[in-house]
Ligand binder design. Structure first.
Ligand code: NAP
Length: 276
């Protein structure tokens, strides 16, 4: 029987920890810069604001509109980074055509880069130096730790090499002494590689990409993917029913990585405000 690795209890305990830290110190402030009309994205930032309020963090949604010019976004990030009253700064995607997260996130002070988007943060992470990891990548590690999955020496395969999930996660897993392989769209015979994994992470954005043939018997499978369905629901990259017959443990979508991601964003904000 597969073990379902839900994220809700872990997220609740992380939020409770943050609330206790916030109670003991000055109120942290998170600024989320938005330049999109994408409904799913706007729903996500509103859910961050709600979760922040629940732990005593002030969250400002700085909505520049879907037609915002790149320079205006950059200047806004620089202004918020220079504002002593703001402790965390995050730029939500998608961005207007022509704007790139990696380019713009360079304007976020690394000390306030609570979602690890500044390339300097990824560089520090790769170098094994203290830095904020993207909350999603950190959430995968937090879930593995929460459920006691041994990483030292484990064969880990990450499918996806984006700078927000795949690459930082590969560095986090390496730091924990896993033997890490990263797959992407040019990987030949994906199933041959992924089926060697003791820990398999899917971070692609393609519903059902990972089937039973991609998974070794007894593997731990973490599904980062979030793919909207026609009926307004959400599914991951992993075909849950097919993989449940082979994996030892599997995260659900929704209710797996997602809630932990939001809780860690708040935890990072408290840390950026000096609350440990
Ligand atoms: P992304 O920037 O689009 O990157 C997708 C990665 O998947 C790329 O590296 C791409 O390879 C690879 N890929 C595409 N097709 C593939 C295939 N057929 N086989 C193997 N690899 C393939 O996406 P992202 O921002 O990393 O997000 C990935 C997923 O995670 C999305 O569903 C997103 O919604 C979700 N997400 C969830 C959370 C959460 O909190 N739960 C947070 C962030 C993202 P190339 O590099 O070769 O193009």
């Amino acid at each position: 029987m597969v073990r379902t690795l839900t994220g809700r209890e872990l997220a609740a305990s992380l939020r409770a920890e943050v609330a206790a830290r916030v109670e003991a110190g000055p109120q942290p402030r998170l600024a989320v810069v938005v330049a999109t009309a994408d409904e799913a994205s706007l729903w996500y930032v509103r859910s961050i604001a709600k979760a922040a309020a629940g732990v005593g963090i002030t969250c400002d949604l700085v909505d520049l509109g879907p037609d915002a010019e790149t320079e205006r976004i950059r200047q806004t990030l620089a202004r918020l980074s220079a504002d002593d009253a703001v402790h965390g700064v995050m730029l939500q995607t998608p961005l207007p055509a022509g704007a790139s997260l990696q380019d713009l996130a360079g304007a976020i002070d690394p000390a306030k880069d609570v979602d690890g988007a500044n390339p300097l943060s990824l560089g520090r992470l790769a170098a094994g130096l203290p830095a904020f990891a993207p909350a999603t990548a950190a959430a995968v590690l937090a879930l593995l730790d929460h459920y006691g999955v041994e990483l030292s020496g484990a064969r880990a395969v990450v499918v996806g090499r984006s700078t927000v999930v795949g690459k930082p996660l590969a560095h986090l897993l390496l730091d924990r002494h896993a033997t890490v392989t990263v797959c992407h769209s040019r990987t030949r015979d994906l199933a041959a590689v992924t089926s060697t994994a003791e820990v398999l992470v899917a971070a692609v954005g393609r519903a059902g990409l990972i089937g039973a043939e991609h998974v070794a018997p007894g593997a731990v499978v973490i599904d980062v993917g979030t793919n909207p369905t026609e009926d307004g629901g959400l599914v991951g990259d992993v075909d849950f029913d097919a993989v449940a017959g082979r994996a030892a443990a599997l995260t659900p979508v929704p209710g797996g990585v997602g809630p932990v991601t939001t809780a860690l964003l708040l935890s990072h904000t408290a840390r950026a405000a000096g609350l440990r």
